[in-house]
Design a protein around this ligand. Structure first.
Ligand SMILES: Nc1ncnc2c1ncn2[C@@H]1O[C@H](COP(=O)(O)OP(=O)(O)OP(=O)(O)O)[C@@H](O)[C@H]1O
Length: 258
């Protein structure tokens, strides 16, 4: 079990005055969504929580220990990040790429073993890219790449998931499948994981997240249980966009109004 905590955290958005200090804790079993318009700082927040960017102030802690005090390998075992953008570093197949998820668990020159391969194959199958295992990543479609990125983190098997727009490029079926996977990671009996994701789709957030953090372009923020945060007037202010609201299957649905 691992909990991820932001304590008086001030993220460093270049060229912007320091925004609100963020103090929240993502508990095992919880699924948090980060909402906000383009440029609000969602990716910056996720990268700061992952220890890839220094904050202007405050701390990130895992199970009460400052991230800065943990080694990179230990962080990589505990925390997985699905990036919004990715480049092909060198030619690699889909299977080889998924296996990169095992690197935090191997020593410097250790080759992946049978169990690593089994985990990678299971993750590729779960993300519906197992039929592409021999293909070069450079030949994949946008949605296939996105599913491989998630399969790679699934192979890594972290206790904490940070996902930057995990449904980017995905068709409706795969959007739902990925949200179900992330919810399942959080809910897993006995070993629930802490999950936080940035989302642009309010309706996915309303359906799948239990806590929401709203990030405004001026650095202000608010967070809390989903139902309290899905206030139409607050969401309209967040996006500068009028919304119509309905309820389907017990969950609110938001539609932009022209
Ligand atoms: N290296 C950098 N140099 C200058 N500005 C930067 C840099 N990195 C990020 N920014 C700026 O910081 C702001 C926050 O960026 P960030 O990627 O966190 O936003 P976001 O909320 O994830 O946006 P989006 O919804 O478009 O993905 C943006 O205005 C961006 O242009």
């Amino acid at each position: 079990m691992s909990r991820l905590e932001a304590r008086e955290l001030v993220i460093d958005v270049p060229g912007r005055r320091s925004g609100q200090a963020l103090s929240f804790s993502i508990e095992p079993g919880q699924v948090w969504g980060v909402l906000g318009p383009n440029g609000a700082g969602k990716t910056t927040l996720l990268h700061t929580l992952a220890g890839l960017r220094a904050p202007r102030g405050g701390q990130v802690l895992i199970d009460g220990r400052p991230l800065a005090a943990l080694g990179r390998r230990q962080v990589a075992r505990l925390l997985g990040l699905v990036f919004q953008d990715r480049q092909d570093g060198f030619p690699a197949t889909v299977r080889e790429t998924a296996l990169i998820g095992r690197h935090p668990w191997l020593s410097a020159w250790q080759m992946e073993g049978g169990e690593d391969l089994r985990l990678a194959e299971a993750a590729l199958e779960r993300l519906d890219v197992d039929h592409l295992a021999e293909r070069l990543v450079s030949t994949l479609s946008g949605g296939e790449r996105q599913r491989l990125a998630i399969a790679t983190v699934l192979t890594q098997a972290p206790r904490i998931w940070l996902a930057d727009e995990p449904t980017n490029h995905l068709d409706l079926h795969h959007q739902t499948a990925v949200m179900a996977l992330l919810a399942e990671q959080a809910a897993e009996a006995g070993e629930g994981r802490a999950v936080m994701m940035c989302l642009h789709d309010l309706n996915l957030a309303a359906r799948w997240c239990d806590n929401l953090l709203l990030l405004y372009p001026d650095g202000e923020a608010c967070w809390g249980p989903r139902d309290a945060m899905l206030e139409p007037a607050a969401l309209e202010a967040l996006y500068g966009q009028r919304l119509a609201t309905a309820e389907i299957d017990g969950a609110p649905v938001f539609v932009p109004v022209r």
